[in-house]
Write a protein that binds this ligand. Structure first.
Ligand SMILES: [Zn+2]
Length: 339
C-alpha cells in the first residue's frame, strides 16, 4: 500500500546533502569524505539520512564524538528501528560515529590527541579535528533545527542518564523536559563543543550523558532511546513515543568530590541516590585494610556520576553530585507537553 502525504503530483522534495539527493520516503547511508589514512586508505564520515514522506523538521543525532563512547551508537540504532521514512514527517540525519579515527582505535581523541568536542565549529583548513567539525557543521548541523549529541562518562567514570543543556532557553528546557532523563543539568559553556557551535548555528541542542566509555549500559541505552523518541514525537517527526516520561530532577549546579588521600575507594552511594549534606558517601583504605579517610557529602543532591576504578590518587574526582536547584522544582509536570 502506498501512503500519500501530499496531493498527487506534489511529492515532497528530495533532501540534498553534499553531492547526494535523498528522495522523500527513503533512508540512505552516505559517506562524506574526510581524508586518507597514512596508508592511503580513504576515510569517510558515514551519515544516515532518513527523509520522511511528509514535511517536518530536520533533526540531527550524533554519537561517538569521543571515539570510545559507544552507548550513543546503539541508541541511534534502536531509534532508527522505530523511525521509518514511509511513516515519519521531516528528516533525521544520524551520524552514529562522528570520531571515526578514535572509534577505530578505541580512543576518545583524534590521532593527534585533539578533542573533537573542543574543535567546533572548525575550519576547512584546520587540524583533522577542525576539518571533521567543519564537515559536520556545514553538511549536517546547518541543515537542521534541533539535535541531540549522545555521550558517556570518560576515564573509568560512569554517569546516571542526564541531559546537559541551556535550561534558561525556553525551547531547550522544553525538549529537556520531554527527553526526561532522570536529571537535567543547566550548563552554558563556550568550549568549542558541538553543542555550543550547533546552538550558535540555530539548533535547539540537548547533550545526553549516560553510562561509561567502552561499555554498553542497559539503563543508559533504554533512557537514551526513549528520550530521543519522545523528543522526535514532540517535534512531530514520529506520531507517538513508546513510553511516558517520569518527572525530571533539574539542577543548576553540580560538584565533584575529590579523594582526600590516595588509596582504595569504597563508595557507599550509587548512581541516582539522594544524598544529604554531611552524609557519609565514601571511605578510603590502604591495601592492608587501614582506614585512611571518610568523606561526607558537601551538599544535598543526587549522585549523577562516580569513578568505577577503586584505585584513586589524592585529588582524583570520584563522586559527582547534582545539587538541588533553587529556581527549578524537581516535580515539573512534563507529560502534557508530549504529543
Ligand atoms: Zn563525550
Amino acid at each position: 500500500m502506498t501512503i500519500r502525504s501530499t496531493p498527487r503530483g506534489a511529492r515532497r522534495e528530495a533532501f540534498r546533502i553534499a553531492e547526494y539527493s535523498v528522495k522523500a520516503g527513503t533512508q540512505v547511508k552516505l559517506e562524506l569524505p574526510i581524508a586518507r589514512l597514512m596508508s592511503g586508505t580513504p576515510v569517510a564520515l558515514p551519515v544516515l539520512v532518513v527523509h520522511g514522506r511528509k514535511d517536518g523538521p530536520a533533526v540531527w543525532l550524533t554519537a561517538a564524538v569521543h571515539g570510545d563512547e559507544l552507548c550513543g551508537i546503539e541508541i541511534i540504532r534502536r531509534v532508527l528501528e522505530v523511525v521509518r521514512p514511509s511513516s515519519m514527517a521531516g528528516t533525521v540525519i544520524a551520524v552514529p560515529v562522528v570520531n571515526i579515527h578514535g572509534f577505530n582505535r578505541g580512543d576518545r581523541y583524534l590521532p593527534d590527541r585533539r578533542d573533537l568536542n573542543r574543535s567546533f565549529p572548525g575550519s576547512a583548513r584546520g587540524s583533522l579535528a577542525s576539518r571533521i567539525a567543519h564537515l559536520m557543521m556545514t553538511e549536517v548541523i546547518a541543515r537542521c533545527s534541533a539535535g541531540i549529541d549522545l555521550h558517556t562518562g570518560s576515564d573509568h567514570r560512569t554517569n546516571l542518564p542526564q541531559i546537559r543543556a541551556d535550561l534558561d532557553d525556553p525551547s531547550t528546557l522544553e525538549l529537556a523536559r520531554v527527553f526526561a532523563a532522570p536529571v537535567a543539568i543547566h550548563s552554558r559553556t563556550r568550549d568549542g563543543s558541538l553543542r555550543q557551535a550547533a546552538t550558535e548555528a540555530g539548533s535547539v541542542v540537548l547533550l545526553y550523558e549516560a553510562g561509561e566509555a567502552d561499555r554498553f549500559d542497559e539503563q543508559a541505552l533504554q533512557a537514551g532511546t526513549e528520550g530521543v523518541l519522545r523528543v522526535l514525537s514532540h517535534l512531530g517527526v514520529i506520531s507517538s513515543a513508546p513510553v511516558e516520561p517520569e518527572p525530571v530532577f533539574l539542577s543548576r549546579s553540580t560538584k565533584w568530590l575529590r579523594a582526600p588521600k590516595s588509596g582504595i575507594l569504597h563508595l557507599e552511594v550509587g548512581l541516582g541516590d539522594e544524598v544529604s549534606k554531611g552524609e557519609k558517601v565514601a571511605t578510603f583504605y590502604d591495601p592492608f585494610g587501614k582506614r585512611l579517610a571518610r568523606v561526607t557529602a558537601r551538599a544535598s543532591g543526587i549522585v549523577i556520576g562516580h569513578a568505577q576504578r577503586p584505585l584513586v590518587n589524592r585529588g582524583d574526582a570520584f563522586l559527582h553530585v547534582a545539587e538541588h536547584g533553587e529556581a527549578l522544582s524537581a516535580d515539573l509536570k512534563i507529560a502534557e507537553s508530549v504529543t
